[in-house]
Write a protein that binds this ligand. Sequence first.
Ligand code: BES
Ligand code: MN
Ligand code: ZN
Length: 489
Amino acid sequence: MEFSINLSVPEKTAADCLVLPVFGTQLSTLAAGLDKDGWLAETCNELGDSVGSTLYIPLPGRRVLLVQLGDEKKLNADALRKAALAAAKALVAGKSTSADIFLAIAAAKTLGLKDAVAIIAQALVFESYRFVQFKSEPEVAPVLTAVNIAVSKKSEVEKAEHGLQAGVALGHGMNLTRDLGNLPGNICTPTYLANAAHLLAASYKMKCTVLEKPEMEALGMGSFLSVAQGSIEPPKLICLEYQGGKKSEKPVVLVGKGITFDSGGISLKPGLDMDEMKFDMCGAATVMGVIRAIAEQGLPINVVGVIPTCENMPSGKAVKPGDIVTSMSGQTIEILNTDAEGRLILCDALTYVARYEPELVIDIATLTGAIIIGLGNVASGLFTTNDQLADDLIKASNETGDKTWRMPLWDDYQEQLKSNFADMANIGGRAAGSITAAAFLSRFTKEYTWAHLDIAGVAHKSGAAKGATGRPVPLLVEFLTQRAAAKKK
Ligand code: BES
Ligand code: MN
Ligand code: ZN
């Protein structure tokens, strides 16, 4: 899809489809020149009144897509996002090859042009996504190839271009995350993820190093390697370094759980929906998507992505309940349930990243089923003892609609991790399962500021819409964007 930002008016555009905003029953005044007889304005009564309702109207030689933006006074980023996604969905499903979109002009008054354009561009990239590489009968590909986002003044073009770039980059980042997440476990192995990281690094001149099993053994990553030992797929520790800021600036480190398939190991999972455990690398995919989005924009900040990745499989060589392993930190862990493997690979990665002397560390992991019980598929769980970091992440969450909800991380929960035989157990019983998982990780993050995002409920959808969502890429890209902006001041 080719995007452009041009001055445009509905009566003069050459595009196949005009996307026009409606506030309630009021057709935007932008369309006045096109709608001299008032016929279009009348059809607005046919449009549903909930934000994001769309209606195609055929005109001679072209079509109009009406999009409901709701009450103009209540228009905010959430409403525009909803409307833009609906409009993009209708456009991509339609037969138009080119479109001229007049939503940004209408929303700029309240949201600012840059953010309005970013939201619209991101929606189009997001809704154009198809995962069809394993279908032998290809479904008809979307035909929409040229999209103009209209502005009303020449002086606005530059601002709008910035929004376009940010929105497209975010869309691309999310779609990379979705692609990696949707790939089946037999293709998307740890080795595949390492290759994908090398490719990403090559596209944006980033440094990428991949540690192999012998190097991890030398580092003493006994916890991570115990998870990997049941699989014939070799484990990898992927390190991607994006330097958008000065060399001397401390990086933000993102650590992503990369279990390319979680069978549970010897503590085997039940069969129902086990296929969805291919999504257990969505934390890793999020890290790659975020880095893709910020590198494409050249965001002035340093970010390191670290991805421990392996399979969790049962076999004669697999780690067993009761086994005791020694983590890179020196702390010993009694593995009471081999299905609590995410924390076992993350703890060694979290110890490892101290060498980057991070400004802060955020890990992203499909860590617990319990977070789905607590927060459903709406919000990720946010765990940190640092109030400032929590506030910054929640702010980014509010601004993007990529919801996160802060959970407690009091020391009281540490008690549940007691082991009779080692420094700690890897599970804490049924109560507060997501919190004890976070409490476990916190024991390996004492040297830096840290937050943990449990994304088990938001990273993918089940049922008819089964697939990776690209979350929480928007949340993290916004967080990093705000940090980069704050630094400049
Ligand atoms: N990958 C799972 C968590 C998960 C569950 C993600 C459902 C997405 C959907 C994780 O490795 C796991 O198995 N966690 C266990 C922990 C338990 C054994 C303490 C769980 O949540 O059941
Ligand atoms: Mn598991
Ligand atoms: Zn898992």
